[in-house]
Write a protein that binds this ligand. Structure first.
Ligand SMILES: Cc1cc2nc3c(=O)[nH]c(=O)nc-3n(C[C@H](O)[C@H](O)[C@H](O)COP(=O)(O)OP(=O)(O)OC[C@H]3O[C@@H](n4cnc5c(N)ncnc54)[C@H](O)[C@@H]3O)c2cc1C
Length: 738
């Protein structure tokens, strides 16, 4: 996996940015509004070779990939280029594929082209973007692909100026016909979807950045408006969604470049998501600009109109959701064996490559084989019955295989696997329903001890964690310290070589199975809040430790733990005295980078499989458009989450410690999980009411349970609001609000 540009793509992006900075700034976009076309910009991009670069050299192009072209298109979208760049590039590639050399020559000679995005009606290709200025228009009528030179185009005034026109196809040349021609046309439309998604992602980022800058500069009530939490949190959500739209758009062009079997579904997902996010980002940016956003002098109103207009060019965006469902699970879904083969059989490529490395794919197979051999239904059922998301037998098997520390270096007992492998392992386990709360907590404590613990802790505790002999729990939260965890009141008083701990911890999950609690306590009440804390590793069998069970809506068992004059030696301390916040910070970063995508993904795929089965009345739920769009929306949101999650893992694999990226992934995935479980439960109707084990319950109550459980994922590990604070502050540099 590689999410970076090649040096050539970087250079292209820079050159395009310079060109558009000069030729497509706000004033020029306004000047071109009357026609939707800026001839000087067009001449400049033709000189640079952009419209034809993704044609083969033999066809007059530069043999560039769609991904190469996308590096320029993203800039074009960000600058609201008033030229049909994507339309021309895609039309040229279509003509090259169907043997339309004569017409292609018009484009390689420098003319703009336009593509009818919707089938012709009564001899007219309706509302074709770019057609008002194109030297050639290509459209589909039934199973024929038609080309019109010097088109008779009736310009239409539209929401945003895109040189849209109705094109009379009377007298058009038939370039190709039959099923192959229709297939080639469909590919062209997918290329248009993917490249337009890239342009929308560029627009979304540009309009978002404009809004953030305005929020930093504009003062009301004596402070920058960007310090208001109501704005910060929307910015934080959007930051993740906008980054996700770029990742998904590039995944679509990559998949088309690779002719991946999943390309069509991903192109539709990108078209839907990137359009929605561009629309949303521009709308919010305008809102942040207050009344000034409506003034024509301000660029943000151009963003709003361009984003929405582009989104409507294919028709009702909701139809893209239908298309996603059709190409993921419906009649046009790819053969699963072909998907697996495509994931493993292709050579790696330079720059952006969304495929996992062959070693990672092999590791995934190994993990799946392990899960199939070691996780039985009884283990999962017992975890749900007891609420203890841990099973000693399964845990020890995981540890024996080295999976607790798959990503740790081999010198400290790990498998030395990459952060991407580590992430994939977690997602496979989550997706299988394995009870792994214990595994996650033990791994997190072990990793933090390696970083901050004493030699003795590293030598005595870490090996036993690795062997699956020792379980830990986290003693952070207290009755009056939740999100504000640095407010803990549990006291740790020095007494000679010992410490005496007094206090109460809330939600100490796994305490009833644990040998140690990783406990944050106030060691210096006179120091500033974050500076008077110390971390301890307290054995749970010390006199004075008491555990009271707590049951939760999601079925998970957690605990309240009490510490009454618990005496521990100084060797139980982790990190320096009063430096507990530093230790805590290391532990929290691990937590944020381990979002659970596997479980919601399993949920959506399970419901999709169920929906395709005919019920007792012989009808398939999947045949209901409402079911298809709900599934498509959920799966697209989760695909964005998957990309955000693996982006963070990829950054880790490069040696970085992603903080904001981990928060973005956690925020997006957990919120998407809540939305998906609620929407899927409603989709089941009254059958959704039935708990697992009840006659007639769907999928063993999977959705009903997900609905009860998903909400907690937006609370523990740092609530959504806490993640938004991190993203707004550290990620966007918005001023503090507290
Ligand atoms: C099932 C379960 C298991 C858990 N396991 C553990 C565990 O093992 N160890 C452990 O230490 N803790 C654990 N927790 C506790 C968890 O980490 C906390 O619940 C979480 O940090 C939130 O704290 P709180 O519940 O006190 O809510 P509060 O912090 O009181 O938050 C209440 C609401 O206010 C919002 N809010 C808080 N601060 C802000 C802000 N600055 N801006 C905007 N909104 C804000 C929150 O997002 C939330 O919506 C667990 C919780 C649950 C439910």
């Amino acid at each position: 996996m590689d999410l970076s540009f090649t040096p050539d793509q970087d250079a292209l992006r820079e050159a395009t940015t310079r060109l558009y900075g000069k030729e497509s700034h706000g004033e020029r976009v306004r000047e071109a509004e009357a026609t939707g076309f800026d001839p000087a910009l067009w001449d400049a991009v033709v000189t640079m070779g952009l419209p034809t670069m993704a044609l083969a050299e033999g066809d007059g192009g530069a043999g560039a990939s769609l991904t190469d072209l996308a590096a320029a298109v993203e800039v074009h979208g960000a600058h609201l280029g008033s030229i049909p760049l994507v339309d021309t590039a895609v039309t040229a590639r279509l003509l090259a594929r169907v043997g339309g050399a004569d017409h292609l020559a018009t484009i390689t000679a420098g003319a703009p082209a336009a593509l009818g995005l919707r089938p012709a009606n009564a001899g007219v290709a309706p509302l074709v973007p770019g057609a008002a200025v194109a030297g050639i228009v290509v459209a589909r009528d039934g199973d024929r692909i038609l080309a019109v030179s010097v088109p008779r185009a009736t310009s239409r005034r539209t929401l945003a100026s895109l040189a849209i026109a109705d094109v009379d196809l009377d007298g058009a040349t038939v370039v190709a016909e039959g099923p192959d021609a229709v297939g080639a046309y469909e590919v062209a439309l997918d290329e248009w979807r993917a490249l337009t998604a890239v342009a929308q992602a560029g627009l979304a980022r540009a309009t978002f950045d404009l809004g953030v800058q305005y929020a930093k500069d504009r003062h009301q009530f004596g402070v920058p408006i960007g310090s208001f939490q109501a704005l910060q949190h929307r910015f934080a959500d959007l930051h993740a969604r906008v980054d996700g739209s770029r990742l998904l758009a590039y995944e679509a062009v990559w998949a088309l470049d690779e002719v991946a079997p999943t390309a069509r579904a991903i192109a539709a997902q990108a078209a839907w998501w990137c359009g929605e996010v561009a629309d949303e980002a521009a709308g919010f940016s305008l809102h942040v600009h207050g009344g000034y956003g409506f003034m024509l002098e301000y660029d943000v109103q151009l963003h709003v109109r361009r984003a929405k207009a582009t989104r409507l060019l294919l028709g009702d965006p909701g139809h893209e959701l239908e298309r996603i469902a059709e190409h993921r699970w419906g009649a046009h879904a790819p053969d699963p064996a072909a998907v697996v083969a495509a994931a493993t059989d292709r050579p790696t490529r330079a720059g952006m490559d969304y495929r996992f490395d062959p070693e990672t794919e092999a590791f995934r197979s190994e993990v799946r084989t392990f899960i199939a051999a070691h996780l039985d239904d009884e283990v999962v059922a017992r975890a749900h019955r007891t609420g203890t998301m841990h099973d000693w037998g399964f845990h020890r098997a995981l540890c024996e295989r080295g999976y607790l520390a798959a990503g740790w270096p081999t010198e400290v007992g790990g498998l030395g696997r990459s952060a991407i492998d580590q992430c994939l392992l977690s997602q496979e386990l989550y997706g299988s329903g394995a009870p792994i709360d214990g595994l996650n907590i033990a791994a997190m404590v072990g990793a933090t001890l390696l970083l901050c613990g004493t030699d003795e802790q590293k030598a005595s505790v870490v090996p036993r964690i690795l062997a699956g002999e020792v379980m830990c729990c986290l003693g952070y939260s207290e009755p009056d310290a939740g999100s504000d965890v640095a407010a803990v009141a549990t006291k740790a008083m020095r007494d000679g070589d010992s410490w005496v701990i007094d206090g109460q911890k809330m939600f100490t999950t796994m305490a009833h199975e644990a040998h140690y609690v990783f406990l944050l306590a106030r060691s210096n009440p006179d120091a500033a809040k974050h500076k008077g804390l110390t971390m301890f590793l307290v054995p749970m069998d010390m006199p004075g430790v008491e555990i009271t069970p707590v049951e939760t809506m999601g079925g998970e068992r957690t605990n309240i733990t009490f510490y009454n004059a618990v005496r521990v030696p100084d060797s139980a301390r982790v990190g320096e005295v009063d430096a507990g916040w530093t230790v805590m910070h290391a532990a929290l970063v691990y937590e944020r980078n381990s979002a659970n995508w596997g479980e919601p993904d399993h949920l959506v795929e399970s419901v999709a499989a169920w929906a395709r089965e005919a019920g007792p009345d012989g009808r398939r739920p999947f045949d209901d458009p409402a079911v298809r769009t709900t599934l498509a929306r959920a799966s697209t949101e989760l695909e964005v989450g998957r990309l955000l999650l693996f982006r963070a893992a990829w950054l880790s694999s490069l040696g970085e410690m992603p903080q904001v990226e981990g928060s973005m992934a956690k925020l997006h995935i957990t919120e998407a999980f809540v939305r998906a479980s609620a929407a899927l439960l409603e989709l089941l109707g009254t059958a959704g009411l039935l708990a697992g084990g009840e006659p007639g319950s769907v999928l063993g109550g999977l959705v009903e349970h997900a609905f009860r459980h998903s909400v907690v994922t937006t609370i523990y590990g740092g609530s959504s609001e806490v993640q938004r604070e991190i993203i707004a502050g550290r990620g966007l540099g918005l001023p503090r609000n507290r």
